[in-house]
Design a binder for this molecule. Structure first.
Ligand code: BGC
Length: 759
């Protein structure tokens, strides 16, 4: 069992000791965020001991800089600019000098050093006892949290108890040395494309401007973004001397044996904004926020934070009896998922949340296909904000479609922050046009689960229409295939197979996208017969024709669903001769070497089947699962959860369980060996999906909620809640029975394994 779990409780992860490698590894895991700001779990004195840190960054959702992409060989329509999230001034830094000595974990004598992440409360604590060379002791305890109630605020409390009289204690706080931002980060010359940082990451002096009252205005070089950072330090103890410079607060005390000194610090990060002229206003607002929190006091702000966290858990927890390690792993994933989501309709969820700079902070299809279901069924208002973000970038998506020579409709960027395509490698980037249908799928599910017609008939429908339009022009009716609608030259979810014709997943999702648009246009026409939505009858007829005639590749001889037209014509990858250290393949083989083989990075056809279980017979699903499992490396963290859920569907209980354990503990056990760059947020969403949509078999069909529970025999009981059409339902599953309770809302009929049940 992993040490963090072993030492923890069902709600806490505990790290004990001072091993730099362990502390470094936990820097990602101990990250705290609230969807607006996120700060990695680094030590307060990391600037003195960089060997304990991979990157101590604090990140703001949506704060990025751009830089032109330089191509060795350019072609029309390539993405033009990198977008790279850049760390903002880090407010965790603290330096402590006691009895003439400066504390750091390498040279100081620290005992009982430990850190605990309390998932229930959303608080990271650290404590140790420090003995100076003169033998004088100081007990130290530090708390940190990022508030959900005040999204701008990161709060810290320092509790220092000297054991002797009359020693001088100096505690200094600083916004991280701004000009060296990024410099202290591990700068290995690492070609790994999953982490590569492209745009300039540093602020320069004229990007930083101090105003009165510790207010720092920061701006990016090229992307035109601004934010303000403020800082307040408060103590009720007798301060011998306090020196406050703009960037630094230094407090000195004289020790009294066993008399505790408490210092609170609030660091405030404004919203990000685009017009410099707003700065004064933003500063005023931030000063007000800082005043509010300092007047309320640390205890009260903390109590509010804990109560917000508790109400989150009240609705979103998954309780699992009989497996303490899994319980903790599961909660850890839900905790980070919750932390990652932008909540303002202008930002989204990056592949790493706000826990690291991997993938440059970009938003991918990960959001809609992996993270979204958790929010949809537990906090639908956040699900709506995530969709509103997509709506906010619809103009850029239309523009992108024009660049791709598509006259009507929209193509969402494969990876982006500001809505523009940021993938410089189009075979595994822009070619993944399935993102359009992924977004449409999330929109449609949102409508089914929430009944929010106001959204669906307006913003939702507009996106369904624009994405549907795109398909009609990208694909065509192919006479050589009896007039079937084909979609050529795309890349499906599996990034080890690129630029193919008729990727099954893409075609099926496009078919659904068309069906969703048709259904909602017709609904709107019924509800608002006098209002035109700018879709002609001819256009609708064409969509219906494409939807009906969508080509879905199938191999009749093999009785297998084909991942795409050419997949079975390729040679199967020689797995036996591939040494372990050559995985992930993407770091060890040229893309073409990979593409010409039958080898999958992740679930593709199997994912399509998981999403539309009823479209396939059990035998078909089993045949396809068996086939594709053999050629899948799971080099992508998005793979295992899907294979696990399908294993459960086809009755492969042992496999389902094993895949699920890997999924649930992926980051804690660093299964992909790159957790240092940030958590795998999509996989965390996959964990929730595995439990609720996998083992409990939740799905919605024609507006009705279905369950097909299969609780593994290893578990005593699983309890979770879901929201569905203004109801709150609690589900308790054991290996032998399942109980459904209506906690809130009107009577509801659900279907369990084909049988109606009224709650
Ligand atoms: C996966 C993609 C995913 C991206 C970001 C890649 O490794 O293949 O499916 O969107 O990571 O998580």
């Amino acid at each position: 069992m992993h040490e963090l779990i072993e030492k923890g409780t069902p709600w806490t992860l505990k790290e004990v000791g001072t091993d730099p490698e362990v502390i470094k590894q936990n820097e990602t895991l101990f990250s705290l965020s609230n969807g607006h700001i996120g700060t990695r779990g680094s030590l307060e004195e990391t600037h003195l001991t960089p060997e304990f840190s991979h990157s101590k960054s604090t990140l703001m959702n949506g704060f990025f800089d751009t830089e032109p992409i330089t191509y060795g060989e350019w072609a029309y329509g390539y993405a033009t600019h990198h977008q790279t999230t850049i760390p903002i001034p880090d407010g965790k830094k603290m330096e402590m000098k006691y009895d003439g000595e400066v504390f750091d974990l390498t040279s100081s004598d620290a005992k009982d050093h430990n850190r605990t992440l309390d998932l229930k409360k959303g608080i990271l604590t650290r404590s140790y006892s420090w003995k100076t060379e003169n033998g004088h002791e100081l007990e130290v305890s530090i708390e940190r949290f990022v508030s959900y109630d005040y999204p701008e605020i990161m709060a810290q409390r320092f509790i220092l108890t000297p054991k002797d009289d009359n020693n001088s204690l100096e505690v200094s706080f600083e916004l991280d040395d701004l000009k060296s931002m990024g410099k202290e980060r591990d700068k290995e010359d690492d070609p790994d494309p999953r982490k590569k940082e492209q745009a300039s990451r540093r602020f320069e002096s004229d990007d930083l401007e101090f105003y009165d009252a510790d207010m720092l205005h920061i701006k990016t070089h090229a992307s035109g973004l601004h934010a303000v950072v403020g800082n307040r330090v408060v103590t009720d103890n007798d301060v011998h001397q306090q020196i406050s410079d703009k960037n630094r607060d230094s407090l000195s005390f004289y020790s009294k044996a066993n008399q505790t000194i408490v210092i609170d610090r609030f660091v405030a990060y404004s919203e990000l904004y685009k017009e410099e002229s707003l700065t004064e206003n933003i500063i005023d607002n931030l000063i007000r926020t800082l005043k509010n929190v300092t007047e309320s006091g640390y205890e009260k702000v903390k109590a509010e934070h804990i109560s917000t966290m508790e109400s989150f858990w009240e609705h979103s927890d998954i309780q699992i009896d009989g497996e303490p390690a899994l319980q903790l792993g599961l909660r850890f994933n839900l905790f980070h998922l919750h932390q990652a989501a932008g909540r303002d309709g202008k930002t989204n969820m990056s592949a790493k949340g706000l826990t690291g700079e991997g993938y440059e902070g970009h938003y991918f299809w990960d959001t809609e296909m992996y993270m979204f279901p958790f929010f949809l069924y537990t906090q639908p208002e956040i699900a709506r904000s995530l969709l509103m973000y997509r709506y906010s970038i619809l103009p850029q998506a239309k523009e992108r479609a024009r660049t791709m020579a598509i006259a009507n409709g929209a193509l969402f960027a494969w990876r982006t922050i500001n809505g523009e395509e940021a993938s410089p490698y189009y075979p595994a980037g822009t070619a993944q046009i399935h993102i359009n249908a992924d977004i449409a799928h999330a929109i449609y599910s949102y409508g089914e689960v929430t009944g929010d017609d106001a959204f669906m008939l307006n913003e939702g429908l507009e996106m369904l229409v624009e994405t549907a339009r795109f398909w009609l022009e990208w694909g065509h009716f192919d006479d050589n295939r009896g007039g079937a609608f084909v979609i050529n030259d795309v890349t499906g979810p599996d990034e080890y197979t690129a630029i193919v014709n008729n990727n099954y997943y893409t075609n099926l999702m496009a078919k659904k996208n068309l069906a969703y648009a048709i259904e909602w246009i017709e609904k709107r026409r019924r509800q608002l017969p006098d209002e035109d939505f700018n879709v002609s009858q001819d256009e609708l007829t064409e969509w219906k024709k494409a939807e009906e005639h969508m080509y879905l590749p199938y191999d009749e001889d093999k009785q297998l669903t084909m991942q795409d037209d050419s997949f079975f014509h390729k040679k199967v990858w020689d797995f036996e001769q591939t040494p372990k250290e050559n995985y992930p393949l993407l770091l060890n083989y040229h893309p073409l070497t990979i593409y010409k083989h039958q080898v999958c990075k992740q679930a593709d056809t199997v994912l399509a089947q998981f999403l539309f279980l009823d479209d396939f017979s059990k035998e078909q699903k089993k045949r396809d699962f068996d086939y594709y499992e053999k050629v899948t490396t799971h080099d992508s963290s998005l793979s295992r959860s899907v294979f696990g859920m399908m294993a459960s569907q086809i009755g492969e209980e042992k496999k389902a369980y094993d895949y699920f354990m890997d999924t649930a503990l992926m980051d804690i056990s660093d299964l992909q060996s790159n957790t240092k760059d940030g958590v795998h947020a999509a996989n965390m969403g996959g964990t929730w999906m595995s439990m609720v949509q996998g083992f409990a078999g939740l799905r919605v069909d024609k507006g009705t909620l279905h369950f097909s529970p299969q609780c593994p025999s290893e578990w005593e009981r699983i309890v979770f809640k879901v929201r569905f059409q203004k109801r709150l339902i609690q589900v308790s599953m054991t290996p032998s029975s399942t109980d459904y309770q209506l906690v809130e809302g009107d009577q509801l009929t659900i279907i369990e394994n084909g049988e109606k049940k009224t709650l």
